[in-house]
Design a protein around this ligand. Structure first.
Ligand SMILES: Cc1ncc(COP(=O)(O)O)c(C=O)c1O
Length: 456
C-alpha cells in the first residue's frame, strides 16, 4: 500500500476551506458549532465526506489514516463490505418493529457463547445506556443504591458514573481517599454522595473503601483499562482486591467493556482475569451502528424478567434491539475471529514497541501505554499507573496537541487524551508508518519544546 509521504509541502493539519464553510454554517444551529462535545477541533473540526477501510476522506479531498475509528468503534474500519451488505438487505425489509426479530437472537447467541459470565443479555442503543442499566440492575438485585467507580474513568453520560470523571488536581483531594467531584455545574450533591471513588491500581485503597462502604454499595463499576484514565494495564493485585472485597460484601462487579471488549475474542475481563457479575458492552458489537448491551449472570439478569409480571427492573426502548444494529453487529462480530484478533494484536505490538524504541533512542520524556489494538502516548517519562499520574501538565497538554497536529500533517488522525485504535484493514506498512511519523516528531522535539516554552 502506498503511504502519503511525510512532511508535505501543504500543511494538511489545518482544515481546508470546505470544513471551514461547514463550521461557519454549523454555528447557527449548534451551541458551539458542534453536535457533540467530543469532536476534536483545532479550532475548526475536520468535516468528513466518507470513510473506506482504514482511511477517512475529508470534504476538502484529503485522506487520513484513521486511528480514532469513531472512538474505537470501527474495528473493521469504514464501510466494511459484510456490514454494508447485511444492512442493505435488512433495510429493504424494514428498519424497526415493535416485535422481536431472529437477528437479535443470533447476536445474543454469539455474545453469550463468546463472552465469559454473560449467560443472558439485553440490547440497548448506546454504551451509556448499557452502563446505566447495568448500574440499575445491580441496584435492583442488591436493594442498595450507592456505587463505587474509578477516578477519571469515562462511562458515558449517566450522572452517577460521571462523578469524578473530570477530577482535577485542584479538587481530586487526598491521595488515599479521592473526593467525589461534580461533572457539571448543578450536579445534585445527592448524586455525589452516592458515589465512592477509587484510584485505579490502588489495591489497598480499594480494599479499605469497598469494605468501609460495603453494606451500602450495589456495585463497583470497573473498566479493566480506562482509556481516558490513562489506558494503563491493571495490576493483578488491584483486580483481585476489588473482586474479593466486592464478593465479601455482596457488591456486584460491573465490567464496563464498552470500549475494551475489543481487547480480545473474549473481551478484556477474560484477558486480565476479572470475573464480573454484569458486563456493559457497546461500540464494536454494533458493526458501526448504534448499540449497547447489558450481559451477565443468569440470576442477576433475572431482574429484567417480566414473565411473571412487572420485573424488578423494567427495561424497554423504542430502538432497543433494532434489526439494523443487530444485523450490522452480527456481520462485524462473525468476522472478528481469532485470526482477526491475532492480526490486531500483532499490529498493536509493532506500534507500541516501535514508539517505545523511538522514545528510548532519543531519551525523550514520553511513554506509551495500551494493549491489543489500542495505544496511547503520554507526555511523561514514567508510565502512569492511574488517572492522577496520567494527568498532563499544561506543557504536556500543549505537546500532545502539537503531536496530533504533526500526525495530521502527515495524514494520520490521532486522538488526544484517549486511546488510539487500530482496525482489521490496517497492514504492517501502516503500523510502520505510524512509528516512522512519531520518530519524525521526536526529531523535532527539542526545537518544539523551546518554542512551546518561549510561548509560555
Ligand atoms: C468505557 C466506556 N463506557 C461507556 C461509554 C459510552 O458509550 P456511548 O458513547 O455509546 O454512549 C464509552 C464511550 O466512549 C466508553 O468508552
Amino acid at each position: 500500500m502506498t503511504q502519503p509521504s511525510r512532511a508535505k509541502a501543504t500543511d494538511i493539519s489545518r482544515v481546508g476551506p470546505k470544513s471551514r464553510d461547514c463550521f461557519a454554517r454549523a454555528q447557527f444551529v449548534f451551541p458551539d458549532g458542534t453536535a457533540r462535545v467530543t469532536i476534536e477541533r483545532d479550532p475548526t473540526p475536520r468535516y468528513i465526506e466518507r470513510g473506506m477501510g482504514s482511511y477517512l476522506f475529508d470534504v476538502d479531498g484529503r485522506r487520513f489514516l484513521d486511528l480514532n475509528c469513531n472512538f474505537t468503534t470501527l474495528i473493521h474500519g469504514h464501510a466494511f463490505a459484510p456490514v454494508v451488505e447485511a444492512v442493505t438487505r435488512q433495510i429493504q425489509s424494514g428498519s424497526c418493529f415493535a416485535n422481536p426479530t431472529e437477528g437479535e437472537i443470533e447476536l445474543a447467541e454469539l455474545l453469550c457463547s463468546r463472552i465469559p459470565h454473560v449467560d443472558r443479555i439485553r440490547f440497548v442503543n448506546t454504551g451509556t445506556e448499557a452502563v446505566l442499566f447495568a448500574v440499575k440492575a445491580a441496584r435492583a438485585f442488591t436493594g442498595r443504591s450507592k456505587i463505587a467507580k474509578l477516578e477519571g474513568a469515562y462511562h458515558g453520560a449517566y450522572d452517577w458514573v460521571e462523578v469524578s470523571q473530570a477530577a482535577t488536581p485542584q479538587n481530586w483531594g487526598d491521595s488515599t481517599a479521592p473526593n467525589s467531584t461534580s461533572f457539571y455545574r448543578g450536579m445534585p450533591a445527592s448524586v455525589r454522595d452516592e458515589v465512592i471513588v477509587l484510584r485505579f491500581n490502588d489495591a489497598i485503597g480499594a480494599r479499605r473503601l469497598l469494605s468501609q462502604h460495603g453494606h451500602e454499595l450495589a456495585a463497583v463499576v470497573m473498566d479493566p483499562m480506562p482509556s481516558r484514565g490513562g489506558l494503563t494495564r491493571p495490576m493483578p493485585e488491584f483486580l483481585s482486591a476489588v473482586q474479593e472485597t466486592a464478593r465479601g460484601n455482596g457488591i456486584l462487579v460491573i465490567a464496563d467493556e464498552v470500549l475494551n471488549l475489543r481487547q480480545g475474542f473474549q473481551g478484556a475481563s477474560a484477558r486480565y482475569g476479572l470475573v464480573p457479575d454484569l458486563v456493559a458492552m457497546g461500540k464494536i458489537i454494533g458493526g458501526g451502528l448504534p448499540i449497547g448491551a447489558i450481559g451477565g449472570r443468569n440470576d442477576v439478569m433475572k431482574v429484567f424478567d417480566a414473565s411473571a409480571g412487572r420485573p424488578l427492573l423494567p427495561q424497554g426502548g423504542t430502538f432497543s434491539a433494532n434489526p439494523l444494529s443487530m444485523t450490522a453487529g452480527l456481520a462485524a462480530m462473525r468476522h472478528l475471529d481469532h485470526s482477526a484478533f491475532a492480526h490486531l494484536e500483532s499490529l498493536g505490538s509493532v506500534i507500541r514497541d516501535g514508539l517505545a524504541r523511538a522514545i528510548a533512542k532519543r531519551d525523550a520524556p514520553l511513554c506509551v501505554t495500551g494493549a491489543a489494538s489500542l495505544f496511547r502516548i503520554h507526555p511523561m517519562a514514567q508510565i502512569p499507573n492511574d488517572y492522577r499520574e496520567a494527568y498532563p501538565t499544561p506543557a504536556g497538554a500543549a505537546l500532545m496537541k502539537e503531536l496530533t497536529r504533526f500526525f495530521a500533517q502527515n495524514g494520520i488522525i490521532l486522538p488526544i487524551g484517549a486511546a488510539a485504535s487500530l482496525s482489521t484493514p490496517m497492514e504492517l506498512a501502516d503500523a510502520e508508518f505510524i512509528v516512522d511519523v512519531f520518530a519524525g516528531f521526536l526529531d523535532s522535539y527539542d526545537s518544539l519544546m523551546d518554542s512551546l516554552e518561549s510561548r509560555g
